[in-house]
Design a protein around this ligand. Structure first.
Ligand SMILES: *[C@@H]1O[C@H](CO)[C@@H](O)[C@H](O)[C@H]1NC(C)=O
Ligand SMILES: *[C@@H]1O[C@H](CO)[C@@H](O)[C@H](O)[C@H]1NC(C)=O
Ligand SMILES: *[C@@H]1O[C@H](CO)[C@@H](O)[C@H](O)[C@H]1NC(C)=O
Length: 188
């Protein structure tokens, strides 16, 4: 991981105050992707409704995600959000490359400053209402963990709660750290 990235993480952990990137002790564990993966069914529009506080999404609300499936089952993410401080729109495009064609696990390069890739795992989804993505980055003797829940609706369905808790428990993820992503008064 680049020195710049390390430096930024430390900056936000030490100076950020209310902002905390979620981390855990030890290196990234193996995690189980969702079974019988049907990548095509993930495509289309989603709202990001919950996430752990993290380095990449600081001060972002109204996150809307358009997923498309490309060649070799690459997952293309086109995301629009709004900066909570300036109100300016933000566009992010990412391409996730499957580790293994049939599996719901991807590599993504997140920083133009680094050749390092991060492993992203789709832990659970029913395709029609919710999907839970996990990312983990080894960082010295700790790991930085990320969780995003995206929903076809701007709110998270009650029936998703049990699946979410089960996924968090099964992967030793901290319960109670998921934050609601603001989806009110958003641009069309
Ligand atoms: C995926 O989409 C196909 C075609 O619309 C559908 O037949 C299938 O049941 C879907 N699978 C799941 C798991 O939703
Ligand atoms: C999602 O992205 C695809 C591919 O770029 C595009 O064709 C489609 O119109 C987009 N959908 C929406 C709702 O913007
Ligand atoms: C992201 O992709 C969309 C659709 O392909 C494009 O219109 C937009 O300019 C891209 N944004 C950035 C920041 O690359």
């Amino acid at each position: 991981m680049s020195a710049l990235f390390n430096c930024c993480i430390l900056f936000f952990c030490l100076v950020g105050g209310s902002f905390a990137q979620i981390s855990q002790l030890g290196s990234c564990p193996a995690v189980q992707p969702v079974q019988n993966f049907q990548p095509q069914n993930l495509s289309g529009m989603w709202y990001q409704v919950r996430r752990y506080d993290n380095f990449y999404d600081i001060n972002e609300r109204c996150n809307r995600v358009n997923l498309t499936i490309g060649l070799g089952n690459r997952l293309r993410i086109s995301e629009r959000s709004v900066n909570t401080l300036s109100g300016e729109p933000i566009t992010t495009n990412l391409t996730l490359t499957p580790v293994n064609r049939a599996q719901a696990q991807y590599r993504v390069r997140l920083s133009v400053f680094s050749r390092q890739t991060s492993l992203v795992t789709l832990l659970d989804t029913d395709y029609t209402s919710f999907a839970i993505f996990y990312m983990c980055q080894d960082f010295a003797n700790t790991r930085l963990v990320y969780l995003w829940i995206i929903s076809r609706q701007s709110t998270l369905g009650l029936n998703t709660l049990g699946r979410r808790l089960r996924v968090e428990a099964a992967n030793n993820l901290p319960i109670g750290e998921l934050r609601t992503v603001g989806q009110l008064n958003c641009p069309a």
